[in-house]
Each structure stands twice: as structure tokens, then as C-alpha cells.
Unconditional design. Structure first.
Length: 411
């Protein structure tokens, strides 16, 4: 298993892979029991989520040394395991050393010596650091992002990242393909513990991606806060709706189920492979009123207007780090500046195609106010013909992602 963990960390931390995709693919390829799958997932996510903190703990022992990437990842695994897993420390060290020995015998002696020395040293504290430096290390968030969020939220940012609870998997029950009773019967037959909310939101600690319910389109993976977007848009039968940044299409599928396929929804995206993904989901979920369109929301032109437009805008993703912890190492202030320009152009262009008295919903999966409240404030200043009707902020927790949703009415 450790070899698989090392390979996964190499893909994520050294080759900019996506944690959720790497983990999902690996689990599909192995024949492990549930305990092994959970342990693999916990270690990979744990190391990625805590990379800066782990390196801080290791720094006194590694300072000035040239360390190969796979060796550094092995050290991170060892430190994470000793600090967070309920396993004997000697066992963890031996397992890591034996794994490295197969790759590089000389490196294994270095890893062995360093991890054993780590056990003997007192844990580094944060007393000598500034608040920004301390938060950056404790929550493994690059300093420039920590500073940005601290300026917006002050000490409340601790609540966004201090979350040791086990993450729940959330699914939306698809009424186009099944009933609540059918889903409950199947789950209980398979001895799966779950909770139901609003007769639509299914939450469980089990992964249902390979279940018959998921494969048959009876449920779809969709976060609780993501489902709120459809509720805020509030479609009605015979609406003509545009989902402007649709992939993978989960919100378009939700809207289709809310109007029982009685209306028209255009699911638009700029990339051909994402259009294919949406079309696959349309077929699987039975969302027959959804049609796809490949176009760029920043400059696409329509000859007609829509009753409702949804812009689930590209964003920095700082609200979904529990699923995609790698994002925080790839995101920079420079990238956020570019993303904001894209968001602004999409809002500007899409606002042209809302019918009088129509609805425009803008949403993101970030907690950065510059992409959320400030983006809408600037838009409304330029477009007094739109009025804000509803604004919702959801902060990240073990049960839902961080999200921003704003409903505007055009006049």
C-alpha cells in the first residue's frame, strides 16, 4: 500500500495532479478491503492537506540537505502517520523504511535515521511566528492566501480549516429515475448508514460511486451547498434556462429534475471533453430537457433571451479544499486576479441575455470575498437595472463545501 501512497503523492505534489481524481483512480485499480481503502485515502489526503505543516516539523532535520522528492514524501508519510494514526510508531517507521529500501537502499538508511530522531525531538511550536505565519503553517495554506483571507475574516479563518471530523459524502437523489423509498430500501439492504435531508440530500460516510444506485443514475454526487444553487434559482415548468459554466452538469441535472423535464435547459461549456461529460450525465440521469452547447460564456452571442441564467463561475476553489486540498498549493494571487477578470467578463456578457423580470444567479465555490460579494457589488454599480434579491454564504465544514450564491433580478 505504501508504494501506492508514494505514487499518488508524487502525482499530486510533484506533478500537479488532482487529489480526488488520483485517489479515485487508484481505488478503482486495487483489490483492497474497506479498511485498507480508508487508510490509503486518509494518509494521501492527510499528507496533502498538511504538507506545509509536515515540512515545518521536518525542517530542523532536513535543513541544508538535498532530498529527492520521493524521499521527502516518504518523510511526510512517516511524520503524518506518527502524529495522526493510531498505529505503533516503530511499525510505521519500519513500513516506510522497507518501502524506500526497494527504491533506494541508501535513502532508506537516511529515512530510518531521520524518522527515529524525529520521535525523540520535542514538537516545534509556533510561538516565535507572526499570526499570518502561524496560520499559514498550521493550516498548510500558502502565506499570500492566508494573508488575503485573514484581511477578510480575521481570526475566523481558523473555523474554515480547523476541521478534524471525518468528511461525509453527499449525493442528490434523482427523482427522474427513482423514488426515496427505492433508495432507502437499497441502502438498508446493503447495510449502509445514511441520513436524508429534504427528501433529496443523502449523506453517508460510505463511498457509493460503485453502487448500483450511482451506476444507474438514481443518485449523483453533489455537495449540499451546490444543491442550494438550484433552490435559489427556483426554476418553474416551461422556463428557458442557461447553465453558462455547466460541467460536469450536476446543477443542470438538478434543475431538470425540479421542472420534471418540462422546459428547456442549455448546458454550456467551453471545452469539448467537458461537453462529452455533460452528455454522458444527461443520458445517465434521464435529463431529457437538457441540451448541450460548446461556447465561451465570456463572448457567446444569443438571438433570444432566457427566463433564468445560472453562472456557476470558475473560481479559486478555496471553499472545496476538503475535497481538493491540492488547489491551495496551485492557487496564487496572480491566478486569482486572472480568474476575477474572467468572472467579470462572464457576468457582463450573460447579463445581456436575461429577460425583463428574469433571474440571474451567480455562484462560486470559494470563500474569497473579492470573487463573491465584491464582484457582485461592482456589477450592480455598473448595472442599476439589476437588483440583488438574495445572497447566501456557506462556510466549509465536514458536511458541506464553502459556497457563495447570489440571486439577481433584471428589470
Amino acid at each position: 500500500m505504501l508504494n501506492k501512497i508514494l505514487n499518488s503523492l508524487r502525482e499530486i505534489l510533484n506533478e500537479n495532479g488532482y487529489t480526488n481524481l488520483v485517489v479515485s483512480r487508484t481505488l478503482n485499480q486495487v483489490n483492497w478491503n474497506e479498511h485498507e481503502k480508508k487508510l490509503y485515502t486518509k494518509i494521501v489526503y492527510g499528507v496533502v492537506e498538511n504538507k506545509i505543516l509536515l515540512d515545518y516539523y521536518l525542517q530542523p532535520l532536513t535543513k541544508g540537505k538535498r532530498i529527492k522528492p520521493f524521499v521527502r514524501n516518504a518523510l511526510r508519510i512517516g511524520v503524518y502517520g506518527m502524529d495522526n494514526l493510531n498505529l505503533p510508531k516503530y511499525y510505521l517507521v519500519n513500513e516506510v523504511v522497507e518501502c524506500i529500501k526497494k527504491l533506494d537502499y541508501k535513502a532508506s538508511t537516511f529515512v530510518n535515521a531521520l524518522l527515529r530522531k524525529y520521535q525523540q525531538l520535542p514538537k516545534r511550536n509556533f510561538d516565535h511566528l507572526s499570526k499570518i505565519e502561524s496560520y499559514s503553517i498550521k493550516y498548510s495554506l500558502p502565506q499570500e492566501l492566508t494573508k488575503m483571507l485573514y484581511q477578510q475574516y480575521q481570526d475566523r479563518i481558523v473555523d474554515f480549516f480547523l476541521n478534524d471530523e471525518e468528511i461525509y459524502n453527499t449525493y442528490r437523489i434523482n427523482p427522474l429515475k427513482t423514488t426515496i423509498e427505492d433508495v432507502k430500501t437499497t441502502l438498508e439492504k446493503d447495510n449502509i448508514l445514511y441520513t436524508l435531508e429534504d427528501d433529496m440530500i443523502l449523506q453517508t460516510k460510505s463511498n457509493l460511486i460503485h453502487s448500483s444506485l450511482f451506476q444507474q443514475g438514481k443518485i449523483i454526487a453533489q455537495d449540499k451547498s451546490s444543491m442550494m444553487v438550484g433552490k435559489i434559482l427556483n426554476p418553474i415548468e416551461n422556463d428557458v434556462i442557461l447553465d453558462a459554466c455547466s460541467a460536469p452538469g450536476s446543477k443542470a441535472m438538478q434543475l431538470a429534475s425540479m421542472i420534471d423535464n418540462k422546459g428547456m435547459i442549455i448546458a454550456m461549456d467551453i471545452y469539448p471533453h467537458k461537453i462529452q461529460l455533460i452528455e454522458n450525465n444527461i443520458a445517465k440521469m434521464g435529463a431529457t430537457c437538457v441540451k448541450t452547447m460548446q461556447a465561451d460564456a465570456m463572448n457567446v452571442h444569443f438571438d433570444f433571451l432566457f427566463d433564468k441564467i445560472l453562472i456557476d463561475a470558475p473560481c479559486s476553489g478555496l471553499g472545496v479544499l476538503r475535497h481538493k486540498p491540492d488547489l491551495k498549493y496551485q492557487m496564487t494571487l496572480e491566478k486569482i486576479t486572472s480568474i476575477k477578470k474572467t468572472q467579470e467578463q462572464i457576468l457582463e456578457n450573460m447579463s445581456k441575455y436575461v429577460k425583463p423580470n428574469g433571474v440571474l444567479v451567480y455562484s462560486t465555490c470559494t470563500i474569497n470575498k473579492e470573487e463573491n460579494e465584491e464582484m457582485i457589488r461592482r456589477f450592480l454599480f455598473k448595472h442599476p437595472s439589476f437588483q440583488k434579491e438574495k445572497e447566501i454564504r456557506v462556510f466549509p465544514s465536514s458536511k458541506e463545501d464553502g459556497f457563495y450564491i447570489c440571486r439577481l433580478r433584471g428589470y
